[in-house]
Design a protein around this ligand. Structure first.
Ligand SMILES: Cc1ncc(COP(=O)(O)O)c(C=O)c1O
Length: 406
């Protein structure tokens, strides 16, 4: 049976404005190529390769045994909200009331709820580039205008206070700040945050979305800081977003959460009530255990990511034409491939742009994400959330491939 003919204007312009998440699309491409028998190392997806901790899985099983299999409160069970409040207090020194907390189906839904409940046509959202692509696409779905501000490698790929100031207009609604950053791994220090906060204090109509989802994946002994803690005068207009996906290797459980102003949380909850109703009851039980249970595995896992970063940087130092930015957190390496452009492959093709370089690497058995999808060219993103042996092999393939360019 085939599909019906699509009526004219059936799909909304809204959906035409957005793209499929590049890491989802990249992972799909890797699956297809492998199904054709190709030996491909996929470095496109952003999820830890570690297992969800056993105590968390047991908590989910126990919840099912207790028949916790029904709808819950829209923004999460009281027990989950209590665990989130305790986490914010313990780890971030942020004191949220229960009505200032909500959970959703992943950090992504939390951000979606916030944008849907605040952004209308013409509203501007300032996004430092390179960025996680959903910061751009979710406002586009809401008819908003993303304003991307390109950060310079010489500034540590971080937005500078002057650049933030220059980007603010009367239509600015949100400033999105992601630290550690996907895709660069840049981390904003307390001083960086203080300097940005000084700008924001001069513009009280701008609200701050602090995406702290990579909080615990931080390297070199750097201490994580969140902007509402560093500048308490921003607390009343900051949405602090976090989740269990990255810290606890729970990407598939789909639990994200946030703390923020009561009215904002109320409206976000309204949006969620008309989209997914509530996060999965079983996943909520698991998240409670993740947040309240032992945290002893968190640091060793961050150390494992740091070791992988070190290995990848060391191996790619000897890859002609490729220069990596040194990440201080998260689990990606963002690499500049300007030095490969204009060169010829052994097959006689000239690499005109970063897509050509990514395609050439794919021909050589490594899938990476192109920087354009993250707002900066000519770069590419490699996820380092794979075993170190696989990363070593991937880097060797990249080295051989770029060394063969003429
Ligand atoms: C910067 C950033 N924020 C938020 C998310 C969303 O995470 P989740 O919806 O899985 O909780 C991701 C996932 O890749 C991310 O990279």
């Amino acid at each position: 049976m085939s599909d019906s003919a699509i009526p004219k204007n059936f799909f909304s312009p809204r959906v035409g404005r957005i793209t499929v998440s590049p890491s989802n699309a990249g992972a799909q491409r890797v699956r297809e190529l492998r199904a054709q028998g190709r030996d491909i190392i996929g470095l496109t997806i952003g999820e830890p390769d570690f297992e969800t901790p056993a105590n968390v899985k047991e908590a989910a099983t126990a919840a099912m045994g207790r028949e916790e299999t029904k709808y819950t409160d829209v923004g999460g069970t009281p027990e989950l909200k209590a665990a989130i409040r305790a986490k914010f207090k313990r780890e971030n020194n942020l004191d949220y009331a229960p009505e200032q907390i909500m959970a959703g189906n992943g950090g992504k839904q939390v951000i979606f709820n916030a944008i849907m409940s605040t952004v209308s046509a013409g509203d501007e959202i300032i996004i430092p580039a390179p960025y996680w692509v959903s910061y751009l696409d979710i406002p586009l779905l809401a008819d908003g205008t993303p304003v991307s501000v390109v950060c310079r490698p010489e500034d540590g790929v971080k937005i500078m206070p002057e650049a933030l100031e220059a980007a603010i207009t009367p239509r600015t609604k949100w400033f999105v700040l992601n630290s550690p950053c996907n895709p660069t791994g840049a981390v904003y220090t307390r001083d960086d945050l203080k300097a940005l906060a000084a700008v924001l204090l001069r513009h009280p109509h701008v609200w701050v979305m602090a995406d702290d989802i990579y909080e615990h994946l931080i390297f070199d002994g750097i201490k994580f800081a969140s902007i509402a803690e560093v500048e308490p005068r921003l607390f009343g207009r900051t949405l602090t977003v976090n989740g269990v996906a990255k810290t606890y290797a729970m990407t598939g459980w789909r639990i994200g959460f946030c703390g923020g102003p009561v009215e904002l949380i109320r409206n976000m909850t309204k949006v969620q009530s008309q989209s997914t109703t509530c996060p999965s009851s079983i996943s909520q039980a698991a998240a409670i255990q993740a947040l309240n249970g032992p945290q002893d595995f968190v640091k060793p896992r961050a150390q494992a990511f740091q070791d992988r970063r070190d290995r990848v940087l060391e191996l790619l130092r000897e890859a002609p034409g490729i220069e990596c930015f040194r990440p201080q957190g998260a689990f990606y390496v963002f690499a500049n491939c300007a030095g490969t452009l204009g060169k010829r492959t052994p097959q006689g093709r000239t690499l005109e742009n970063e897509q050509d370089t990514a395609d050439y690497l794919l021909d050589n058995g490594v899938a990476v994400g192109v920087g354009a999808a993250y707002g900066l060219s000519p770069w590419f993103r490699m996820s380092i959330a794979s075993p170190i042996e696989e990363l070593t092999e991937a880097c060797q393939r990249i080295r051989r491939a770029v060394a063969a360019l003429k």
